[in-house]
Design a protein around this ligand. Sequence first.
Ligand SMILES: NC(=O)c1ccc[n+]([C@@H]2O[C@H](COP(=O)([O-])OP(=O)(O)OC[C@H]3O[C@@H](n4cnc5c(N)ncnc54)[C@H](O)[C@@H]3O)[C@@H](O)[C@H]2O)c1
Ligand SMILES: O=C(O)CC[C@@H](O)C(=O)O
Length: 525
Amino acid sequence: MPKVLISDKMDPKAAEIFRQRGVEVDEITGKTPAELIAMVGEYDGLAIRSSTKVTKEVLAAATNLKVVGRAGIGVDNVDIPSASAKGVVVMNTPFGNSITTAEHAIALMFALARQLPEADASTQAGKWEKNRFMGVELTSKTLGLIGAGNIGSIVADRAHGLKMKVVAFDPFLSPERAIEIGVEKVELDDLLARADFITLHTPLTDQTRNILSAENLAKTKKGVRIINCARGGLIDEVALKAGLDSGHIGGAALDVFVEEPAKASPLFGTPNFVSTPHLGASTSEAQVNVAIQVAEQMADFLVSGGVTNALNMPSLSAEEAPRLKPYMALAEKLGSLVGQLTHGAIGRISIHSEGAAAELNQKPIVSAVLAGFLRTQTDTVNMVNAPVLAKERGMEVREVRTEREGDYHTLLRVSVKTDAGERSVAGTLFGDQAPRLVELFGIKVEADLAGHMLYVVNDDAPGFIGRIGTTLGEAGVNIGTFHLGRRDAGGEAVLLLSVDEPVTAELIANVRALPGVRTVMALRF
Ligand SMILES: NC(=O)c1ccc[n+]([C@@H]2O[C@H](COP(=O)([O-])OP(=O)(O)OC[C@H]3O[C@@H](n4cnc5c(N)ncnc54)[C@H](O)[C@@H]3O)[C@@H](O)[C@H]2O)c1
Ligand SMILES: O=C(O)CC[C@@H](O)C(=O)O
């Protein structure tokens, strides 16, 4: 039974779902990095929010780990390249807390417009300072969105309801989508010059870090109010403090900080500054959503191989998984066969799907071919890291589909291009389930690729089959299956034998010594 550790505070629904789906679960929160490293080795899955840092060191200690599930959106607390290199799938729940976070941004916008936190503190202190708190209306004001993805577009929708004009800076926003969500797509400088309120909704990347730098803050309209419910690091906090102190910035509300937890900040106590402790996603609705979603996604993956919302692997629904499973087995075997039979650097690997295979999601099939191929070079490869490793090894990966059926109702062909030219192998599924090799380097052959095998290329001549049978019999090796193919009568022939024991170097030498043998190799599937 797979075992999952929930290492951050999560709605109890998550544990409930894991148990219902046959996954054992421990909920142990608040551990130090060293404590997590000491315990993580026994788990197949790690369910987290933002407190647990899944570092390279944690991943190195996580010897059984197959999946990290983030109940939320941002995965900047997970070292994704290290997870990919280790073959660990990283998933998030991209929509479960979007509405809640958008609402928090709107709430902070109101808090700034009407100085609600200060007014509340003053009133409860018995001051009744009616003249001190003069606010501004939101109606007709311009809201500048930096980032118009899931959350940004919900904020835009809510702002329209407040009769605001919305302009957006997002280099990846298409003109059609801008029209659909009712925003004017603008350049950053234009937004800075026009916005009365600015709200940030981008991830923290090399391009967005300090997007509101001292220089950019200086370009904003005097009195601008700024909200950040996305990630600390998008705003230069020192420059923000200076802008608030000088009065150029009329107000700022931060839910996120460069250093979290933010227990001290030069911004604390600054007039017109409002803060919340990374509460954007903290509503009961959002926490139930993300807990259910992360547990379902992780259980799907651990129990039935379904992949949803993975950041380092193609998606594969739990419904698709059973249909794709035999194809992935075939793809992996063909990749492995080509890998075992090909020596030297591979310039290109092509995966061609024909007939029924062409109708399927190709990404998992391609990953399985690459994993099978690369496993002959490294044993740390799997479906997650195979595309990364192939790229690192300079392999060009091509994907071709032909929906028309050929000789077989479904076929996968794997071709590799080396300095010696292009060679291919092809396989089908018998009864839509059982993988079978049907072509090997242009020779028709029909073989099951399983267990220990012996591959022989020889001259097609009478008596050869008897001689090889005797050689194996004398070595005490039992033959399981025997598959033959030949290019033409008297020409090159191929023999694929499955044997019950590992093929020894001595047996290979004995077979190689037989007359007419051109190549002999042990294969393992
Ligand atoms: N405060 C919280 O508790 C909380 C909760 C949920 C999400 N978040 C954070 O909010 C952010 C946005 O989440 P989302 O679901 O909307 O993500 P999303 O991926 O749907 O949207 C991000 C948008 O940013 C845009 N973008 C990327 N690079 C940009 C750049 N250089 N300049 C301008 N725009 C750029 C993208 O094109 C995309 O449209 C994420 O960082 C997420 O982690 C915070
Ligand atoms: O889990 C949380 O409370 C924060 C989540 C938020 O930062 C996210 O990116 O989804």
